[in-house]
Design a protein around this ligand. Structure first.
Ligand code: ATP
Length: 381
């Protein structure tokens, strides 16, 4: 077992920069997710870790070994590919045994190891079948079993659950996390599915356009996103973000967007020196669960809105509202809003929880002020 150290890693394909100056320190035993939209450089980074792609610059160490230019077979890395990469003409047993045969283990030892891993992955009954006689979930378990059997220093997984149906994915999320923690091997998992990363990771690396935007725990990524891209990439439905200007009002400072005035928390304004930014064009972010709705305006719910779409998910109700020139999604419990009008155009009033408002720079997208409720006690002082 080993940690992973990636220093100033770059990959260029001709003049195109696929991975741009990535630096990552992964601790021994950590489960780390590479998360980002299609084409952001996740797979290329993983392939450089596996030795399937050579870096243009930079250094990769696994444990104390500099593996940057080592061939894949000398890295002792276990890998699961998106398409599983199983040999169709071999049985499941043959597929799992293959990496052990390459290492010339004895027949008895191979049998013992394959049986043990098959039991862990609950695929003992399909060991004599061929891959095309298996379900998607079984195929995935076989691919993972073949990775686990190798006593590798690190594991690399490239979207291994992308072919599974929603129900099986949910089940496999919990199962894979248990297996990774039981075995304790440092694992890097590539996905574009934020829910997968949020529910399974010890830490998440968010990537965009070949660059690493943030490397932090799921909670930190969710509550303290470094910029607007990270803020809107995690969370479903995504964070509402609207163009605002900070303005002085009778009671303090508010974020103003046309006729819409969002009063802000005064302590938070002072703590972040936001008074200096009055008049500046910014972006205000608030998650759907932090927008409260009422059937009509009152002292608290002062932002007028009209219903654009009602989306019941079963567990909760989403109301997509139009207020001023922008759209705001709210997420509410089904019981609290059971009696509300659900016809398009119906009038409502909103309240943005001032403890959960974020501000972003309109040009760079950088977070200027995290939500007050996301700060630690030390930071609030
Ligand atoms: P996805 O989720 O779609 O797999 P990704 O984040 O894993 O995306 P990569 O596969 O790492 O992205 O690709 C990053 C960028 O590098 C893409 O724009 C891709 O087209 C480009 N790229 C990858 N491999 C090559 C190659 N061999 N030659 C040229 N460009 C490449």
């Amino acid at each position: 077992m080993a940690g992973i150290s990636i220093e100033s890693l770059n990959k260029r394909f001709g003049s195109f920069v696929a991975v741009n100056d990535v630096n990552i320190e992964v601790e021994d035993g950590e489960f780390v997710f590479l998360l980002g939209p299609s084409g952001c450089g996740k797979t290329t980074t993983l392939r450089m870790l596996a030795g399937l792609e050579m870096p243009s610059d930079g250094r990769i160490s696994i444990g104390a070994r500099n593996v940057t230019y080592l061939r894949p077979r000398h890295r002792n890395v276990g890998m699961v590919f998106q398409d599983y990469g199983l040999y169709r003409h071999m049985t499941v047993f043959g597929n799992i045994a293959y990496p052990l045969q390459v290492r010339r283990l004895s027949k008895d030892e191979i049998r013992r190891k394959v049986d043990a891993v098959a039991e862990t992955m609950q695929i003992t009954e399909v060991l004599q079948r061929k891959p095309d006689q298996l379900s998607g979930g079984q195929l995935q378990r076989v691919a993972i079993a073949r990775m686990l059997v190798r006593d590798a220093d690190i594991f690399l997984m490239d979207e291994p659950m992308s072919h599974l149906d929603a129900q099986l994915r949910g089940h496999m999320r919990a199962e894979l996390r248990h297996i990774q923690k039981d075995i304790g091997v440092t694992t890097i998992f590539v996905t574009h599915d934020q829910l997968e990363a949020m529910t399974m990771a010890d830490r998440i690396i968010v990537m965009k356009d070949g660059e690493m935007l943030q490397f932090a725990t799921p909670r930190e990524i969710f509550e303290r996103p470094k910029n607007e891209f990270v803020a809107t990439f995690v969370g479903e439905p995504q964070m509402n973000v609207i163009d605002v200007t900070l303005a002085k009002t009778d009671t303090g400072v508010a974020a103003v967007a046309g006729d819409v005035v969002v009063p802000l928390d005064q302590g938070w304004i002072v703590a972040n020196s936001l008074g200096d930014r009055v008049g500046e064009p910014l972006r205000l972010g608030i998650r759907p669960e932090h927008v409260a709705i009422a059937g009509q305006p009152d002292a608290d719910h002062s932002i007028p809105a009209n219903l654009y779409a009602f989306e019941p998910t079963g567990a909760e109700n989403l109301y997509v509202m139009r207020c001023g020139g922008f759209e705001v999604t709210t997420r509410t419990s089904t019981t609290d809003t059971a009696h509300f009008d659900k016809t398009e155009g119906a009038s409502f009033a909103l309240r943005f929880d001032p403890q959960w408002v974020y501000l972003f720079d309109r040009k760079s997208g950088d977070t200027i002020a995290y939500a007050a409720a996301s700060l630690t006690d030390d930071e609030k002082e």
